[in-house]
Design a protein around this ligand. Structure first.
Ligand code: GTP
Length: 777
């Protein structure tokens, strides 16, 4: 439905009047200066003309007819065929368009209705009695001479008078008064007999429903009982139940559609195919440390951007665009999958293609595997760049072989993965890689509509001392213009200045173009979506609302996948896939666990190991788990501090095991809803081993520094972790400060300790202290 105001379009007017769009355009062509197409927005004058034309061509024979009709709208709707001729004419007054197709003498309409009242956004079936009554009042006023309008507008009313053939001369005051009273009485009668139209939302309390229907609570409860629903006044009933009751109680039901500020403000209509044009692909470069991601990004940038363009001063704004054979490609300039995953963690789907850099002499390493799994989880195509081909020890065949183990089979071996040998140092093969990128992009048919309000993602943001919050935005659809009001997460503001990746000033940026902007109220977070909007006041309101929501969310418990409530989630049908990330001390364990876990799949749930790797659980694993709704299973490994923190923040369930059998057992029980963990591990703290001493009769004593939490003597279990791998698990044998035995040692203090029956303690080891606490059932 259209709305009163400047957004009322031709096709909406037609829809609301129930006439073909063509008819409206014909009226406009005839009476207005400029012909309009169906998407054009109409002004008050044009709307007035349309209304005039439609009403004049469907005039009423007398005011009684309107009352007669208005008194039985329900009947009218249900049985249109049985309408009285007079009522049918009145109907035409209400829904003028329905008869407008009949041949009519064409007259230039004369404005007689106040312009603001012209637009009626009702649906053809929903009769808004208030507006209807207002109209009657207007007519009554006209008849009784209480005209609120000026001389110019009375012409139209004259017409009604002469048509109705009632009166031609002036009236006495007394009869005017009588007539007015009579009309008022009639109106009251009409209102009384008119069924109440109730707006019902998805859910409503019985009491609220009663008050909306203008009935007593008892009446409604009784009606509910008659229908077999026992509900008190405060009880919430759903739309369907409420609608049945309302109809049974003689009300007309309309579904209440709640429009949020977000819906009102942000235009997220789907683009029509005809509006879409090709856009540049957005590419991310991923790979293991030192395999040459930065070198490749720099090489491409220097070879294709710096020379000859816009003064050649490159700006590092977090993304840049190059032209390859006249076709643009946008690169995210933050190598690695951290940025990529943190964006995905916020639900932003920014990248279209991933380049996986693998050093030819080094081969597939843990982060290469992580990158592959991250790209796969995002569902984007991977192009492999085998880098450092200039090195004599380069062995691309070995890498191709290794890649097959991860489902990436190169084209020459019958697969569909593009593999390009390159050297980021000499530039060898880089052009070919870029060509492959454009080809892959073409296959993807990436498109966007530049002719709409901009929408995209925040790539980077920082606070600049002089300029305030500075953000790099990647426009994903529409065009961002200088001066646009934008909202990005909880930041809002007008785009003050816009700079491109070559340092050039811009006034507009289309799809896939990265720009650095200033003008926001605060620094948005990377990965937040931004939208250009029309109403700054509403945008500020939305920001306030979002802040409020964020606060509420921070306080509310988060439901993430956890073994404890796995079964209930499976039962509720919320879980079809159980995603697991496996980290272990050796590759053999990863494979073994992966195979055994995936075998647990049953009809209801598919167990998928989405990532497996060797080494400590790191932040990247947690991010992947968070975005993929996965749990992390670790064997003889521990999470590092960053991972522990972000797992706590993101509520990612991490399970550590020493024996594979325990893991399989526990997950299987969880899937069957038989997981009954009676004890839970409670972390006490960490200490770093700084020195070790051999003490005869005692064994190895470690001089430690407590990093966080505390160490305690009683019920303290310890785990010795070396490079993220669990070496031993046991209990404390002694805890001392200087020569004295102590009960506990707090963070920031040094202590000496020994572990029962264990002496292989080395400098740099981490002692993780914990207790087992009982879970209240
Ligand atoms: N010989 C040779 N060396 C290269 C090539 N590409 C990169 N290097 C070198 O490899 C080292 C690491 O390269 P970077 O580009 O920093 O690698 P990266 O993957 O970005 O590393 P991080 O940023 O630490 O993750 C640098 O010393 C580069 O000079 C290449 O094609 N050939």
């Amino acid at each position: 439905m259209g709305s009163v105001g400047n957004k009322y379009r031709v096709h909406e007017v037609a829809k609301d009047f129930g006439v073909p769009t063509k008819q409206i355009t014909e009226i406009l062509t005839k009476y207005a200066e400029t012909p309009k197409n169906h998407m054009q927005v109409l002004g008050d004058r044009e709307l007035s003309l349309i209304f005039e034309s439609l009403t004049q061509h469907n005039q009423v024979s007398g005011i009684q007819a309107i009352y007669a009709d208005a008194a039985k709208p329900a009947e009218k709707k249900a049985e249109p065929a049985r309408q009285q001729p007079a009522a049918r004419k009145a109907e035409a007054e209400k829904k003028p368009g329905q008869q407008a197709q009949q041949p009519q003498p064409e007259k230039k309409p004369v404005s007689r209705v106040p312009q603001t009242k012209v637009v009626d956004t009702r649906k053809a079936t929903a009769v808004n009695m208030d507006k209807y009554d207002e109209k009657l009042q207007d007519m009554a006023d006209a008849r009784t001479g209480n005209s609120r309008r000026d001389q110019r507008q009375t012409q139209g009313k004259e017409k009604i008078r002469s048509k109705s053939g009632r009166r031609s001369g002036p009236q006495s005051n007394k009869s005017k008064q009588e007539e007015a009273d009579r009309l008022r009485r009639l109106r009251l009668e009409v209102i009384k007999k008119t069924p109440v139209t109730v707006q019902i939302p998805d859910e409503i309390s019985v009491g609220e429903l009663a008050s909306r229907m203008k009935k007593t609570g008892a009446e409604v409860v009784k009606c509910l009982m008659k229908n077999g629903v026992m509900a008190s006044l405060s009880q919430i009933i759903d739309f369907d139940t409420a609608a049945i009751i309302a109809e049974e109680m003689g009300c007309k039901v309309e579904k209440e559609v709640v429009v949020t500020i977000e819906e009102k403000l942000i235009d997220d209509h789907k683009d029509e195919d005809k509006d879409l044009v090709p856009r540049a692909p957005v590419v991310v470069v991923m790979g293991h440390v030192d395999h040459g991601k930065t070198s490749l990004l720099d090489y491409i940038r220097n070879a294709h951007v710096a020379s000859g363009e816009a003064g050649g001063i490159t700006q590092h704004i977090g993304a840049y665009q190059v032209q390859i054979n006249g076709k643009p490609i946008t690169f995210l300039d933050t190598p690695g999958h951290e940025a990529f995953t943190s964006m995905r963690a916020r639900g932003a789907m920014v990248t279209d293609i991933a380049i996986l850099v693998v050093a030819a002499e080094d081969g597939i390493m843990p982060q290469t595997v992580e990158s592959i799994n991250h790209a796969k989880a995002a569902g984007i195509p991977i192009i492999v760049a085998i880098n450092k081909m200039d090195k004599p020890e380069a062995n691309p065949e070995r890498i191709k072989q290794q890649l097959t183990e991860y489902g990436l089979v190169c084209e020459e071996w019958g697969g569909d993965t593009i593999v390009c040998p390159i050297s980021a140092k000499t530039g060898m093969g880089v052009d070919n890689l870029l060509e492959m990128l454009t080809l892959t992009a073409e296959v993807g048919e990436l498109k966007a509509n530049p002719n709409r309000a901009a929408q995209g993602t925040v790539i980077e943001a920082r606070l600049d001392k002089g300029r305030g919050p500075v953000a790099t935005l990647l426009v994903q659809n529409g065009t961002l213009k200088q001066g646009d009001i934008i909202i990005a997460g909880t930041a809002v503001g007008r785009v003050r200045a816009m700079v491109g990746d070559k340092g050039q000033k811009l006034t507009s940026a289309g799809p896939s173009v990265p720009v650095e902007i200033t003008g926001l109220s605060e620094t948005p977070s990377a990965g937040a979506t931004f939208n250009a909007v029309a109403d700054e006041k509403l945008a500020r309101e939305l920001v306030e609302q979002r802040k409020e929501e964020a606060r509420a969310k921070a306080n509310a418990p988060v439901t993430k996948v956890s073994l404890e409530d796995l079964f209930s989630q499976i039962q509720a049908g919320e879980m079809k896939n159980l995603n697991i990330i496996v980290k272990a001390d050796v590759q053999g364990s990863v494979e073994a666990v992966k195979a055994s876990l995936e075998k647990l799949s049953n009809d209801e749930v598919r167990v998928r190991v989405i990532h497996g790797g060797v080494g400590a659980i790191n932040e990247s694993d947690v991010m992947l788990a968070s975005t993929s709704q996965a749990i992390i299973v670790g064997f003889n490994v521990r999470p590092d501090n960053a991972a522990r923190d972000s797992a706590a923040r993101a509520h990612v369930d991490m399970r550590m095991y020493r024996v594979i059998y325990d893991a399989i057992n526990e997950i299987e029980s969880a899937m069957k809803g038989m997981l009954a963990p009676k004890f839970r591990e409670a972390l006490l703290g960490h200490a770093e081993v700084r020195q070790t001493y051999k003490v005869s009769g005692v064994g190895t004593v470690a001089g430690c520094y407590v990093q966080d939490g505390k160490l305690q003597r009683k019920d303290c279990q310890v785990r010795l972790v070396r490079d993220g791998i669990v070496i031993h698990e046991g209990v404390l044998a002694s805890l001392q400060r200087f020569k004295d035995s102590v009960k506990e040692v707090a963070a920031g203090y040094e202590c000496g300790l020994s572990i029962e029956k264990f002496n292989d303690i080395k400098e740099g080891d981490i002692i993780e202290a914990f207790t087992m606490e009982e879970i209240p059932q």
